[in-house]
Design a protein around this ligand. Structure first.
Ligand SMILES: *C1O[C@H](CO)[C@@H](O)[C@H](O)[C@H]1NC(C)=O
Ligand SMILES: *[C@@H]1O[C@H](CO)[C@@H](O)[C@H](O)[C@H]1NC(C)=O
Ligand SMILES: *[C@@H]1O[C@H](CO)[C@@H](O)[C@H](O)[C@H]1NC(C)=O
Ligand SMILES: *[C@@H]1O[C@H](CO)[C@@H](O)[C@H](O)[C@H]1NC(C)=O
Ligand SMILES: *[C@@H]1O[C@H](CO)[C@@H](O)[C@H](O)[C@H]1NC(C)=O
Length: 806
């Protein structure tokens, strides 16, 4: 330090000498003293020995009152009054005093007294590098568009150094970075500015902000530095396309999702900023179907359904979506939308071909129809099962694919079922299961497989005799279960050889209606029944037939009057003379009126009565036997003329009368004169009587023989059979026969031709069972009180006897 000081002092001394000489030349009075110091020297440092330079003895300093006078510099310097040195009293900063001026000095006046002298002292202040370079701003903000191409220059504020000279000569340095290098620009006034030169382009998306530091170095020694921070904001440029999160979106939705449902949200990202990153979504497809079905929210990319999605119409959609940012950059993505089937379609049954009518003789396995079942759904939802519901003789036979044949499973019978409703149910396998039904009507056509059927094997018709010719008497009908022509019947009367229309019969049938007509009036007395065969034949091909028997029974009418056989009536009603012996006891048989009636039953049931009352004779109402009512005497009249009326029981009653001539005489001769008047007639009468007697005798004999033989055979039978009942059984013992025989009142036995009841089939006396409805009015009333009311047993017997033949 001391050596340095001395050097300085020497230097100062040298300078002071020169300047002193110069001053002497210029100013006689006042000389100038020069000192030169560096700024910022410490306080108390001496800058020169003023006393010495003024030539004043050190001892005289205080005497001469050396002092510094200055208005501005007084505070910087002080004079040591002991040794005469000028010292620095305050900090001297060149930059404060002189700023950037080249020359910088302080001046003061040194004043001495005794004698008074004033000396100008100038202190030059030399620069030292005490100021670092300084940027006006500590931070510089720069906005640089990322689009800027390399080579672009950005001027930066320069730094300033308060020092001068080399100390203020600045050099710049840029911090390490990838994008910029430092350049320099010299302005017109010669100042240099640092520049940032873009070397590699910026990318906001990589780095949106950069911080660089520029350091300024001055030329001093030691070097002083200053730095500033450059904050670079990279301004966005729409250099990024929107990018979808996926190139292909795959999504599945089930059909029938509600309207406005979200299908998918597509998203695109744009690395740019603000409007450059503002993305609008849209469909970039022109497929009408897509545009109709879906909508996309331009703001958030939400794809929603606009219409009902139907798997059956479209199974998938390929949608192209587009994202466009505010800068107009566009990118695309694909949405593969798959529709998932739901079981929303009911299966359908369609009839491909059908035979609506099948013949009843179709064999099992006959194909009736071909149907197809289909379901619009797919997979299990579209798998269809078909079945026939209900019990019908049909089944389904699966053909190829979804085709089914309906075939018959058994023989059909139109007469049981004329048609079938075949209900087919189709069910799919989806969940929930859907099904449908279809009914096919199949008619069964008729085949002539049923014969006409008559209700009975035998019909019995009762026809009163004397009917009108041509009147309908009966009607029969057969039934045929077939239909139409196969059931149309024609009736014929056939004979035993099955030949049609035997013309001999007085009976005809209406071929269509089955009404039977009588061709003529019947006479019971001639023909009591007709047995005809009626054949019914249907119109089928081949035709079927069946036949039945019709018994037409003619019912008796009271159309015949009783006919008196004995005595045979003559013109005047009197016939034969009957002899009544005087000796006749009471009740002796005088004669018997014999009458017949061609009718039968009631109509032939005869009763006998006298026309007038007579006191001598009685007539048996039933037998017609005339007996004496009391023993005859001489006084009684010889000749009696008695009228007998014979009535039948028909309705109306028919009758016949006859006159009886009864002669009371002992013998025939005795009574003959009485009879002579009738000589002519009685001759023939007598002849008849004689024949009659002979005939009666003969018949009686035969009858007796028959009866005896009957009794003998019956007797034998009764011996062998204990259950023999003597009276109620026939033929062995007819009660009338017995009564007649036992009574013995009728000496002349009669042969009885017995015809019973109304049904000709029972003509043989109830060997056949009665089985038809005999019209009630036609029957003989067994309890008829008109006749034989006094003896019910007798009437019962007589009920069976309706006609007495003779
Ligand atoms: C027959 O009768 C008539 C009267 O009817 C009678 O005049 C006549 O004399 C009778 N004849 C005889 C032979 O008796
Ligand atoms: C679907 O959205 C549209 C518009 O947003 C609206 O008009 C419509 O009523 C909605 N439909 C349903 C079913 O929600
Ligand atoms: C959609 O694309 C897929 C393959 O990517 C293809 O199989 C399908 O047929 C396409 N659908 C339509 C409707 O174009
Ligand atoms: C078949 O259906 C018809 C009408 O659909 C009905 O009148 C008829 O009775 C049905 N037949 C059977 C056998 O069920
Ligand atoms: C009735 O049917 C039989 C066969 O069943 C046939 O032989 C006959 O000729 C038929 N008769 C008539 C009249 O058609």
């Amino acid at each position: 330090m001391k050596t340095q000081q001395t050097k300085i002092f020497r230097g100062i001394r040298w300078q002071v000498m020169i300047s002193f000489l110069l001053c002497l030349l210029c100013h006689s009075v006042s000389a100038q003293i020069h000192y030169s110091i560096y700024e910022e020297i410490p306080k108390g440092s001496s800058i020169g020995n003023l006393a010495n330079d003024l030539g004043i003895n050190t001892r005289d300093i205080s005497l001469r009152k050396l002092r510094i006078v200055s208005r501005s510099s007084e505070k910087y310097f002080s004079v040591n009054l002991v040794n005469g040195y000028v010292n620095v009293a305050d900090r001297i900063d060149r930059e404060t005093l002189c700023e950037a001026a080249e020359e910088c000095f302080l001046t003061f006046d040194a004043v001495i007294e005794n004698p008074l002298n004033i000396y100008h002292v100038r202190v030059d202040i030399k620069d030292i590098n005490d100021n670092p370079p300084r940027f006006t701003k500590e931070e510089i903000e720069l906005k640089i568009n990322e689009y800027s191409s390399p080579g672009v220059r950005f001027e930066v504020q320069n730094a300033e150094d308060l020092d001068i000279g080399i100390n203020s000569q600045l050099k710049y340095k840029l911090s390490e970075n990838k994008h910029f290098v430092l350049g320099e620009k010299t302005s017109t006034d010669g100042r240099t500015f640092p520049e940032l030169v873009l070397e590699t382009s910026l990318d906001r998306e990589m780095q949106s902000k950069l911080e660089l530091t520029i350091t300024a170095y001055d030329g001093g020694n030691p070097v002083q530095t200053g730095e500033t921070l450059i904050k670079i904001t990279v301004i966005d440029w729409n250099d990024n396309y929107p990018i979808f999160t996926q190139e292909v979106y795959k999504v599945s939705i089930s059909e029938n999702i509600p309207l406005n449902s979200t299908v998918l949200i597509v998203k695109a990202n744009d690395k740019d900023l603000s409007s450059n990153a503002q993305i609008a979504y849209s469909f970039s497809t022109s497929t009408k179907n897509v545009l109709r079905m879906f909508a996309i929210n331009p703001e958030n990319g939400e794809i929603t359904t606009k219409a009902t999605v139907d798997y059956e119409k479209a199974k998938n959609f390929n949608i192209s979506v587009q994202a466009k940012d505010g800068g107009g950059l566009v990118s695309h993505a694909k949405v593969l939308l798959e529709i998932i089937d739901e079981n929303d379609n009911i299966p359908e049954i369609s009839v491909t071909s059908i035979t609506t009518t099948i013949s009843e003789d179709s064999p099992p396995g006959t194909v009736v129809a071909l149907i197809e079942a289909h379901d619009l759904d797919s997979g299990e939802n579209g798998e269809v099962d078909c079945q026939i519901t209900g019990v019908v003789p049909f089944k389904l036979l699966s053909s190829s694919g979804n085709f089914y044949r309906i075939i018959t499973t058994s023989n059909l019978d139109r007469e049981i079922n004329s048609h079938y409703n075949i209900t087919i149910q189709a069910t799919d396998n989806g969940f929930p299961q859907l099904s449908c039904k279809k009914t096919i009507k199949v008619d069964i056509s008729d085949v002539n497989d049923n014969s006409p059927v008559f209700g009975k094997s035998i019909y019995v018709a009762y026809v009163p005799e004397n009917n009108q010719a041509g009147a309908s008497i009966y009607s029969i009908q057969a039934l045929d279960n077939d239909a139409e022509e196969n059931a149309k019947l024609v009736y014929f009367i056939i004979d035993n050889d099955a030949k049609e229309f035997p013309s001999s019969l007085p009976i005809s049938i209406n071929p269509v209606t089955g009404v039977i007509y009588a061709q003529q009036s019947f006479d019971y007395e001639k023909e009591r029944e007709f047995i005809i065969q009626v054949l019914a034949k249907d119109n089928g091909s081949p035709s079927l037939n069946s036949s039945t028997t019709v018994n037409i029974c003619v019912i008796d009418q009271n159309d015949n009057s009783p006919k008196i056989l004995y005595p045979s009536p003559d013109d005047d009603g009197s016939a034969v003379y009957e002899m009544v012996p005087f000796s006749s006891q009471q009740g002796s048989l005088v004669t018997k009126v014999v009458a017949v009636d061609a009718d039968s039953g009631h109509n032939a049931w005869l009763s006998y009565h006298f026309l007038q009352e007579t006191s001598h004779f009685l007539i048996d109402q039933f037998t017609g036997e005339v007996r004496t009512s009391h023993a005859l005497q001489e006084k009684d009249v010889f000749r009696h003329r008695v009228g007998v009326i014979v009535k039948d029981n028909g309705s109306p009653t028919r009758s016949a009368t006859v006159m009886l001539n009864l002669v009371v005489a002992d013998n025939y001769q005795h009574g003959l004169p009485e009879l002579s008047n009738q000589s002519k007639k009685s001759e023939t009468q007598t002849n008849i009587q004689i024949y009659l007697v002979i005939a009666i005798a003969l018949i009686s004999f035969l009858f007796m023989l028959t009866v005896i033989s009957a009794i003998i055979s019956k007797y034998r039978e009764s011996k062998s059979s204990t259950s023999f009942s003597s009276i109620s059984t026939y033929p062995p013992m007819d009660p009338r026969f017995i009564s007649t025989f036992n009574n013995g009142t009728l000496p002349l036995p009669y042969s009885y031709d017995v015809c019973v009841t109304l049904d000709p089939s029972e003509r043989d006396f109830s060997f056949l069972k009665p089985h038809h409805n005999v019209p009630v009015e036609s029957l003989i009333d067994a309890d008829d009180s008109g006749i034989g009311n006094e003896d019910s047993k007798e009437t019962t017997h007589t009920a069976d006897i309706v006609q007495v033949g003779y």
